[in-house]
Structure formats: structure tokens, C-alpha cells
Design a protein around this ligand. Sequence first.
Ligand SMILES: [Cu+2]
Length: 389
Amino acid sequence: MKSNWYKPANLLLAAGAALSSAAHAVNDLPGGPSVRQLNLPVGVTKISQEQHFLNNAMMILCTVIFVAVFSVMFYSIWKHRKSVGHKAANFHESVVVEVIWTIVPFIIVILMALPATKVLVAQKDTTNADLTIKATGYQWKWGYDYIKGEGEGLAFISTLDSSHRAMSDAGAKGDVPNDYLFKVDNPLVVPVNTKVRIITTANDVIHAFAVPQLGVKQDAIPGFVRDTWFRAEKVGDYYGQCQELCGKEHAYMPIHVKVVAAADYTGWVDGKRKEAAAKQDDPAKVWALPELLARGEKVYAANCAACHQANGKGAGPIKPLDGAAVVLDADHSKQIHVLLNGQNNGAMPAWKQLSDTDIAAVVSYTKNSWSNKTGQLVQPAEVLAQRGK
Ligand SMILES: [Cu+2]
């Protein structure tokens, strides 16, 4: 095909098309980032609004001081230049000047510190929470455990929607949804006007739980417990991301907080409880191969494919599962051991947070997929027997 893209007129057209399509490609995400956003969001909690105010006030104060100091300095230098006959004054130890330049900055610092400290102390006051939720950072997803308050006992994992992952892998240059890389399978649901305490920790490396619209940001550190809190004053969807560089999929562990009315929250808790009861697998159940493989395929897609690839071939240091001796081995305990404990210092993470049935399903799946045709069936009871060994 003959193309004359290099002609100036066509080049301009192409540039124009690229610009206008770029303008249409992404829009503001309500509750999340806005296009070309520079400042902090105003947010929907008192703390986030105070943070927003403080940030603006400090910026203005600093700008005024900057302009004033540099104006006086440049004016004096220019006005008293040598070429118009000025001679340098020669004096030392002016008590007045020294007192002024100590007192004035001191007053300014106190004026800045007072409101800032007030907000900082309020931010750290996690007492008297109505609802306590533990947020655990995993490479690369979030686990939420409802520890105290309505919904106590609920626990689930929140992972990036796999279609968004696929869009990113494909280069995602064209139109993407507004919640691109913010969509998760299970959002964190909380009631409106309720003090929610978030306890953060991590399973592998340091992550950070941050939702700008709620004014929260707290590191999640393995082996440590930190906490923060928010009281959302408006129903809606609010988004954040892990904000501590935690590995190659750091950009793919978003946070979606869904703030709902109190009645809707009660409904959600009931639904979630029923769902959990229905899902509760009996580890003693004996499965047939086809149903276990169907389950294993889902577990694999959600947890393993990001590293080992859908085709089981792995990549670089990620060993292939297709044809792997440990997968093909007639001794099931070998692969179950790898899944329960991880391998190579966590390069292959441990998966003990998965249920016995999920582990049995995914092990069976890897033993009967791609070129692996072992016909072996691993039952949940085998996984249960091996836990804690
Ligand atoms: Cu992270």
C-alpha cells in the first residue's frame, strides 16, 4: 500500500487524530483519579477535606513567602548595584536583624504546625471504631478480613479484574473503561457514616493501603500491624492503589471501597454470609475428576496464570508446569507440599490461604492439562492431611 503520511498536511491530520482520540480515551473516574489531576482530591471524609485544605494553605503560605523574599532580594541587588555608584555597607552583628530573623520564622513554623498537628493526631486516633477490617497485602492482591463489628468473620480476596489485566497486556492504547486497572472482583464494602478502622499488614513484602478520597494511606508491613481509619460521609465508589513499590505487578493491585447505606450494608453482609455457607466445601467430600478440573481451571486462572501463564509454560525464572517432574509425579504430596509452603524462598509463593478443595482442584488441573495427561485425581482430604506437617 502506498502511503504519504510524511506529507506535512497528512502528518498534521494524523497528529490531530491522535490528540483527539487521546482526549476521548480516558475520562475522570468519579471517586478515583481525574484526568490531569494535580492536587489532592477534596474527598468524602473530614480528614481528607482537612488534608486538602492544609495542602492548599501551606502552598499559598510558601508561595507568598517565596515571592516576598525573592522580590526584596532581587530588588535590593538591582537597586544598589555598583554601576549606579552604590558602595557596599559594611556592618556586623545587628541585634535587631538577628532577633527578627529568628522570631519571624519561628512564628511561621508554629502557625503551620498547629493545624497540621491537629489533623495528624485526628488521623492517628483509631479508637472507638464501629467496624474493624484487616487489609492484608499479597503479591499482588488484597485480602480483607472483617474482624469486629457488623459483618464480623467475613473474609475474601480482592483481585484485579482479569479483563483489565488482558487489556494492559495487549498495550491498551485505544479506548479503555474509566475504571481501567481499578476494577476488582470483590470490592471492600463498608457502611456510610461509620468509623471504619483498617488494620494493615502484609504476607510477603511491604505494600501500602491508600485511598485518596478517604484520606487514608498506611504501609502494610509483613510481621507488623499498623492501622488507620476513615468515616465516609457519602455513599459511592472510591478507588486507590497499592502505594509502596512491591514488585512487578505493583500496578495491578487496586483498592475499590464501596460505601453503601446502612441497610444495604446489612443486606450485603447477609448475602455474603449465605454465599460463604454455600461455598463452604466439605474437605471430606470425594470429587469426580471432571468437576474438580472445572474448579481447578478457575483457581489456576485467578491465582497461577499471572506467573505460570495460561499455557503452563512459565517464563524466565518461573518454572514451567507443563511437563514438570513434580507435577507429573505419582506421589501427590510433592506438589501439595510446594503449594502449601512455596518454593525457593517465596519466589513461588505459599498458597495455604486457599481452601483444601481449591488446592486439590488446582493440583488436579495441572496434572491433567497441556501435555500433562496423568489422569491423577487429588482429593481435598489429601491436602487437609498434609497441612501443618
Ligand atoms: Cu503492593
